[in-house]
Design a protein around this ligand. Structure first.
Ligand code: B12
Ligand code: SF4
Ligand code: SF4
Length: 272
């Protein structure tokens, strides 16, 4: 494929993703992503590959390892806005995943049929969990110019702040990367995200650049503690109540996981 054709194809894919319901979308080179900060940090992280946020791993992948198809050259990243006034997009209904996640899965699923039909390009729908063969989605989104990692350890986008959810697919064609962006709202900010955290997750520096051999660390400067944040997730699970909900025959437990570091961020909020 010529460079001109590749540019046409990438524009067509970006427009199609938006038509299908993506709010933001971009491309990252798969080779660059494999060297991104989460991939280099994960193998060194204490307790990595077990416990918090980790699913059973049938593929035998160690933290930081991937099993994407050999031919995967580009990662296409899709973001869907989760606005503050639609909190239900983020709720778990018992074991049923949040409605916003189902929108994302549908957009990526449809792209995975449309792209091969339209262009003969092979695709792979990346699983959500890294240990099931997925990718670290925030790093992918940074490299695809969708946003930057903020002081809340979340991807912060110029359009919606951190209030987005992410998914990705691989493509077996080289396309120009769309990122990264020169965007850093945290430089000007008084860290409302960190102050809003009920568990004081960001209060202590736990990882240093010298110890881990890299400057980009959890919470940017090595202050985000996964086990402490997860305590809040467990507490949210414990207080969840059962409700009768459309589409469910029996009352179902609605779990509303903490989003305070996300909702406190002023970036992308409507200006009143
Ligand atoms: C496991 C997991 C959890 C675990 C552990 C989180 C963790 N960060 O370790 C728990 C359950 C605690 C959790 C909590 C939350 N999660 Co979570 N989680 C994940 C998951 C599955 C993997 C994350 C992971 O293991 N990261 C790797 C670890 C090693 O790195 P890290 O802590 O993220 O730190 C790295 C980055 O900060 C990066 N970085 C720092 N600076 C820079 C700069 C550049 C240039 C780059 C490229 C990278 C970079 O480098 C660090 C490593 O050195 C992802 C989905 C996915 N497949 O990616 C969702 C995901 C990150 N979670 C998400 C969300 C929304 C949440 C919560 C708000 C809960 C909720 N209501 O959904 C909280 C927020 C916590 C926080 N402030 O970070 C969203 C984030 C969306 C966004 N806007 O960023 C994701 C992407 C899922 C999704 N549906 O889209 N999560
Ligand atoms: S609240 Fe401020 S410091 Fe925190 S992520 Fe948003 S812009 Fe950055
Ligand atoms: S999700 Fe809640 S507990 Fe975890 S870092 Fe954000 S505000 Fe703190």
């Amino acid at each position: 494929m010529t460079n001109q054709d590749a540019l046409r194809v990438s524009s067509a894919m970006l427009s199609k993703a938006r038509k299908l319901g993506a709010d933001l979308v971009g491309f990252a080179a798969a080779a660059d992503l494999k060297k991104a900060p989460s991939f280099t940090f994960a193998p060194q992280m204490p307790g990595a590959g077990e416990g918090i946020g980790t699913r059973n791993n049938d593929l035998g992948l160690k933290p930081g390892e991937v099993s994407w198809p050999e031919t995967a050259k580009t990662v296409m990243v899709v973001a869907v806005h989760h606005p503050e006034d639609k909190p239900e997009m983020d709720w778990w209904f018992g074991r049923v995943d949040p409605p916003g996640n189902r929108v994302l899965a549908k957009v990526v699923g449809e792209l995975c049929s449309w792209i091969p039909d339209q262009f003969g390009i092979q695709v792979f729908h990346l699983p959500y969990h890294v240990e099931k063969g997925g990718t670290y989605l925030k790093d992918a989104a940074v490299l695809a110019a969708i946003g930057t990692v903020g002081k809340n350890n979340l991807l912060v986008t110029p359009e919606y702040g951190p209030r987005v959810r992410l998914r990705a697919l691989t493509l077996d064609i080289e396309l120009p990367s769309t990122g990264p962006l020169a965007f850093d709202p945290c430089k000007l900010c008084s860290e409302m995200c960190r102050k809003a955290c009920p568990q004081k997750v960001f209060d202590k520096k736990i990882y240093s650049a010298d110890d881990y051999g890299q400057n980009f660390l959890p919470g940017r400067e090595g202050v985000y503690s996964r086990p402490v944040c997860n305590r809040q997730m467990e507490a949210d699970n414990e207080v969840a109540q059962k409700h009768l909900v459309d589409g469910f025959e029996e009352p179902v437990k609605i779990i509303k996981y903490c989003r305070r570091c996300e909702l406190a961020c002023p970036v992308g909020k409507p200006f009143m």
